[in-house]
Design a protein around this ligand. Structure first.
Ligand code: OGA
Ligand code: MN
Length: 301
């Protein structure tokens, strides 16, 4: 039986049935999945049994695998291999983290609207988030359609941001919640430039590209840039652009970071285990290259 697509809205988010991702995906199913990915941007695959190899292998179909930054952070041994980003609230022994665990604060950074790995020169393409246990209340993940947000953006604002470049850094998003990166961690993740408007290579649709990681805009005073970033994020995350996913155990949800913002919703993370693990594929290159933009000479990031 071939994979089938069950739209959640006409153009954003769909459920995919009749596909078992623990088995190799054949060409016919892959064509259906890829087309749905390029159309809906968020896909929900319910009831999957995914060993790590199959989980990572599926992400790899969208691009080369992104390695988790946790390996380069000042933390104890990780619970998961570096091919998975551990977005759970569990420590390496599988217990709920205690308040003194530095990583609980780091994980709370995922509660701010963002797109994955935009603080890396080549950011993420598809994120594949697999849920092994869920809290009884809270802990949904929200997704915002940055293509629809672009389409609905005031034309004057469209003109103002097209061709512009924002500076992204993991330290920026973490500082918003009072989490301090060490000097060494910051040295591993220098600030990077990203196009503020992207064109989707499969659908041709434009989207706003920003995140909580973005803190400034090249050739714009900081006060103006911060206000503009806030205004654009507020616009893009209005309810009409958002799908909220209530997790079931063994859901795999994938999204296109090129044109989707997402955030995790709060839950009592010192009480309930939420075992969320993400395999992520990288995009094909830096966004400014893809958009044909050049940084002004001598730009200080
Ligand atoms: C992620 C992420 C949010 C959540 O996996 O990239 O931001 O709800 N997750 O776990
Ligand atoms: Mn994320």
């Amino acid at each position: 039986m071939a994979a089938d697509v069950w739209p959640i809205t006409d153009s954003f988010a769909a459920e995919i049935g009749d596909v078992d991702l623990s088995q190799p995906v054949d060409d016919a199913d892959w064509a259906i999945i890829e087309d749905a990915y390029n159309t809906y941007s968020v896909l929900v695959f319910p009831d999957q049994q995914l060993p790590t190899d199959q989980h990572v292998g599926f992400a790899q179909r969208f691009g080369s695998v992104d390695h988790s930054m946790q390996k380069s952070m000042d933390v104890e041994d990780e619970r998961l291999p570096s091919t998975l980003a551990d977005v759970s609230n569990l420590d390496r022994t599988g217990n709920v983290m205690t308040p003194d665990n530095r990583m609980i604060d780091f994980q709370r950074g995922n509660r701010l609207w963002h797109t994955d790995s935009s603080f890396k020169p080549t950011p993420a393409n598809a994120s594949c988030l697999y849920m092994k246990s869920i809290p009884p209340v809270g802990g949904q993940t929200e997704f915002a359609d940055a293509r629809a947000a672009w389409d609905a953006l005031d034309p004057e604002l469209q003109t103002r941001i097209e061709g512009r470049v924002a500076i992204h850094s993991i330290a920026t998003s973490r500082a918003r919640l009072g989490f301090e990166m060490t000097a060494e961690e910051n040295a591993n993740y220098p600030r990077v430039p990203q196009a503020m408007v992207r064109t989707h290579r499969a659908s041709g649709r434009k989207s706003i590209y920003l995140a909580s990681h973005a803190g400034s805009i090249i050739d714009m005073p900081d006060s103006e840039a911060t206000a503009l970033i806030d205004q654009l994020m507020a616009h893009a995350t209005q309810p009409q652009f958002v799908y909220s996913h209530r997790w079931r155990v063994n859901d795999l949800v994938i999204w296109d970071n090129k044109c989707v913002f997402h955030r995790g919703r709060p839950f009592d993370d010192l009480r309930w285990p939420r075992d969320a693990r993400r395999a992520t594929s990288l995009d094909i290159g830096p966004t400014i290259e893809q958009e044909g933009l050049e940084l002004p000479a001598q730009t200080a990031l």
